[in-house]
Design a protein around this ligand. Structure first.
Ligand code: SF4
Ligand code: SF4
Length: 383
């Protein structure tokens, strides 16, 4: 089957935004069913025998209640709803730093239980072949399980993000790159604009046809791993990942152009970002009561014009630091720092800030939440 052509599909910028207050399985199934069959019209995309890959966000070795990963109730609902369509289903992600511990990740995130119950195969990308894809002259190594799938279902989690401000549908595709190769892309593009371009490249190599976003309990503050769970009570669904992210940014209280990945993807014609053009079904954006959530500390920097940043930039910084009391000396962050800015001293990582590119990969990777964010005096005053 040809991958869905966004330009030609009239319904592509339709986003289903439905209320779902809990992860109770019955409630989740009913909401996801409406999104898949009434909004996305999955029955028009999938034929018996198709290979369908489900890509949740399995970022870290943390339980579902921490709001770091896609909740297993959503994954279970999707699997059980599409199984009767006669498809071959796989579930997989390549979380940063999990090359040696993916089974532990599946256990912690609830994926193993979903796989055991449903008989669906969990696949480690690290052991799978890769397919080379080229975008804008860059080469990307994509798991062949994803590249060979007839349909990719993007089961993303809505969270704040210290580097890109938000992670949702577009950024979730970064996990289709197996293993430590992801670090190379952080090194190639350490700033938010360059890295967002790379995230959109990777998204473009996959173009998931189906996007379901878990925003029942999202993450606020300095996500994507160490922020705090915040109850929003929504599930979103669309064929258009860009439109899904645009609506999600609105729900978190970001301005329309603030999320660079959404803006870039729209400019490249990969989807719709304009709220007045997106066809939102279910809840109406005008009638929603938007709950204020805590946004990442780094957001402040995006408001300051470049010429002022040139003058006072040294006074405005947010950087990672290790909490010595909670660090378990596992070394995962040291192994995965893309620029080798971390050195263990008696087991506790020490960060060389003259090298650190503030990518916050260490925060994403740390299973114990031991990476915190340190802010300059001025950022604290203005936050
Ligand atoms: S220390 Fe952390 S934030 Fe700095 S470069 Fe390494 S992984 Fe990125
Ligand atoms: S900060 Fe976290 S990832 Fe790094 S060594 Fe300590 S416990 Fe491990």
């Amino acid at each position: 089957m040809d991958k869905l052509d966004i330009e030609k599909n009239q319904a592509i910028s339709r986003v289903g935004l439905l209320k779902c207050d809990t992860y109770q399985q019955d409630e989740v199934v009913s909401v996801v069913e409406r999104l898949l069959f009434d909004v996305i019209m999955i029955q028009d995309l999938i034929k018996p025998g198709f290979k369908v890959h489900i890509k949740p966000n399995l970022l870290s070795l943390k339980g579902p209640d921490r709001a770091v990963t896609t909740h297993p109730a959503i994954v279970r609902a999707v699997v059980n709803l599409i199984k009767p369509l006669g498809v071959q289903i796989t579930i997989g992600d390549s979380p940063a730093g999990m090359t040696k511990a993916i089974e532990k990740n599946w256990l912690a995130t609830g994926m193993k239980q979903v796989a055991d119950e449903t008989g669906v195969r969990l696949v480690p990308f690290e052991n799978s072949k890769v397919t080379l894809k080229h975008v804008r002259g860059n080469t990307y190594f994509i798991s062949s399980i994803v590249a060979d799938a007839d349909v990719v279902i993007n089961l993303c989690k809505l969270k704040t993000h210290s580097l890109t401000l938000m992670t949702g549908a577009i950024k979730n595709m970064f996990g289709v790159i197996p293993g430590i190769k992801k670090s190379d892309y952080h090194r190639m593009a350490p700033d938010v604009d360059g890295f967002s371009d790379i995230l959109v490249d990777v998204f473009e190599t996959v173009k998931p046809q189906i996007n379901i976003m878990d925003a029942i309990v999202a993450m606020e503050g300095n996500g994507p791993s160490s922020g705090n769970p915040v109850h929003l009570g929504y599930v979103l669904g669309s064929r258009d990942a860009v439109a899904t992210d645009a609506i999600a940014a609105f729900l978190l209280g970001f301005n329309n152009d603030e999320i660079v990945t959404t803006a870039i993807a729209y400019e490249r014609g990969l989807g719709e970002k304009r709220l007045d053009v997106i066809d939102v079904v279910g809840l109406s954006l005008d009638e929603l009561e938007i709950k204020p959530v805590v946004l990442p500390s780094k957001r402040l920097q995006s408001y300051i014009p470049n010429f002022i940043m040139d003058m006072i930039g040294k006074l405005i910084w947010v950087r990672p630091c290790v909490n010595k009391d909670t660090c378990k000396k596992c070394g995962l962050c040291v192994e995965n720092c893309p620029v080798q800015a971390m050195t263990p001293v008696n087991g506790i990582p020490k960060i060389d800030y003259s090298i650190c590119i503030k990518c916050f990969c260490c925060d994403e990777i740390c299973p114990y939440g031991a990476i915190q964010q340190e802010m300059s005096w001025l950022v604290k005053r203005l936050s």
